[in-house]
Design a protein around this ligand. Structure first.
Ligand SMILES: Nc1ncnc2c1ncn2[C@@H]1O[C@H](COP(=O)(O)OP(=O)(O)OP(=O)(O)O)[C@@H](O)[C@H]1O
Length: 249
């Protein structure tokens, strides 16, 4: 089953044609990796899935993006969409508050949960992000006191706490060392059981390790999309072949 069906999607930033006639299905509860050289449109495509590009001036989008069968560009409730489609950015961006408050923030804003309920969800989310054991004794400490890798897992916990169906990740490990990267990758293996994950990565090894499906982009075009092993071992297009073999990019 597909979580997203993207059909004939074109996106322009002013004169820049950043996405060219993209059609792509994103399967439910799997990890889909978007790869390709810098500037090929990976982050742009990721951001179309929760309408983050709407915030950019002079953006023009045609085609459609169906999420669970509904066209997200026809439905005006963008806040509801972003609750269902959470996002984790390249650089960890904790709020300037305690570890606990970072995760509780969105839950409190919803205004319909008791303190006990919020406490339980905070713990569950921190466990889900494989961070609980490291922070359980200092939940009231400043989130900026955590290491970069811990901050990124905190951001994942914050995303999970809202119970999204999809988590978009834009190069979530590019600022992390190999050990922190490994922890996040292990975590992804757990997360895919509950969530649909779409990840932009510059690391082909990372895509190979974690992604079920991989899509290769080139200058705004989707060149090839397949099961990850198939895309890397038997690329059909010469551009994919060149990129995955490290000839360019
Ligand atoms: N906010 C923006 N305003 C104008 N042009 C933009 C904007 N964001 C991206 N672009 C342009 O759109 C194209 C695709 O950019 P995008 O960031 O999606 O590529 P990318 O594949 O994610 O690149 P990278 O790997 O370097 O992050 C590029 O030509 C870029 O310069």
């Amino acid at each position: 089953m597909n979580k997203f069906n993207i059909n004939n999607l074109d996106l322009f930033y002013g004169e820049t044609h950043a996405l060219k006639n993209i059609s792509l299905n994103i399967p439910n509860r799997q990890v889909t990796a978007l790869i390709g050289p810098s500037g090929c449109g990976k982050s742009t495509l990721l951001r179309t899935l929760n309408r983050m590009n709407d915030l950019v001036e002079n953006v023009k989008i045609t085609g459609d993006v169906h999420f669970d069968g509904n066209d997200i560009y026809q439905d005006s409730d963008v806040t509801a969409l972003r609750m269902r489609v959470g996002m984790v950015f390249q650089k960890a961006n904790p709020f300037p508050m305690s570890i606990y408050e970072n995760v509780a923030f969105g839950l409190k804003a919803q205004g319909n949960k008791s303190k006990d309920e919020i406490d339980a969800i905070v713990e569950e989310s921190l466990r889900g992000a494989a961070l609980w054991d490291e922070v359980k004794d200092r939940l009231n400490s400043d989130a900026f006191g955590l290491s970069g890798g811990q901050q990124q897992r905190l951001c994942i916990a914050r995303a999970i706490s809202m119970e999204p169906e999809v988590i978009l990740m834009d190069e979530p490990t590019s600022a992390l060392d190999p050990i922190a990267t490994h922890k996040i990758e292990e975590l992804m293996d757990e997360l895919r059981k509950k969530f649909t994950i779409v990840i932009v990565t510059h690391s082909m090894n990372q895509a190979k390790r974690i992604a079920d499906k991989t899509a290769f982009f080139w200058m705004g075009e989707l060149v090839e999309h397949n099961d990850t092993a198939e895309l890397f071992n038997n690329p059909v297009d010469q551009r994919t072949q060149g990129y995955v073999s490290g000839e360019f990019g």
